[in-house]
Design a protein around this ligand. Structure first.
Ligand SMILES: CC(C)(COP(=O)(O)OP(=O)(O)OC[C@H]1O[C@@H](n2cnc3c(N)ncnc32)[C@H](O)[C@@H]1OP(=O)(O)O)[C@@H](O)C(=O)NCCC(=O)NCCS
Length: 157
């Protein structure tokens, strides 16, 4: 498995991963390549977006990190990071999410982030368990969503 920054040419493969997550009932909607391109790859507040691909070049999953600007639609504090993780159920529990998080953390430190928000559906046990395992801790809940926070110690930058 290789972890690398997402490129425009990955939109199709990332969309396929979202389709697989949707088909498994783990996501409310899929996301066509144009939407993936705009929402993750060329998103204006992108700090990082990494893909995990296997030896055949198939996208197994991806993780995005964006900068929370004033008035962001997620209600996340200005200046924080906002993370999202999407791993195909065909590749689940094989360390893909953990490997993606290492790349994201490197980018977060380089950017100088101090806090990262992960907001997960309260019924999404695997998402909650994953972020908890990565070191996130619950700091608020609202309307069926649980938000977890990862604090970055500036001394470890
Ligand atoms: C949640 C998700 C990102 C995990 O990705 P992954 O590649 O399977 O994660 P990893 O294999 O790196 O697992 C890391 C750790 O997270 C925890 N974890 C991951 N999946 C879990 C599950 N289904 N149940 C319990 N713990 C889980 C475990 O502690 C795991 O470590 P371990 O396997 O050594 O016990 C992936 O399942 C996914 O994309 N799900 C659908 C979309 C989603 O829910 N995204 C997150 C919320 S928006």
């Amino acid at each position: 498995m290789k972890i690398r920054p997402a490129l425009s040419a990955d939109a199709q493969g990332m969309s396929q991963a979202l389709d697989e997550i949707f088909a498994a009932g783990l996501r409310k909607s899929a996301g066509d390549p144009d939407w993936v391109l705009a929402h993750y790859i060329v998103q204006e507040h992108r700090i990082a977006c990494s893909v995990a691909e296997n030896e055949q070049g198939r996208i197994l999953g991806f993780q995005s990190l964006r900068h929370a600007v004033k008035g962001n639609p997620y209600g996340v504090s200005e200046g924080w990071g906002i993370i999202g993780t999407h791993v195909s159920p065909h590749a689940a529990r094989q360390g893909v999410g953990s490997a993606l998080f290492q790349a994201t953390m490197q980018a977060a430190r380089t950017f100088g982030l101090r806090n990262i928000d992960a907001t997960i559906g309260e019924a999404n046990g695997m998402g909650l368990a994953y972020y908890e395992a990565m070191g996130f801790r619950t700091y608020r809940s609202q309307e069926g969503l649980i938000s977890k926070l990862y604090r970055i110690d500036p001394m470890t930058r």
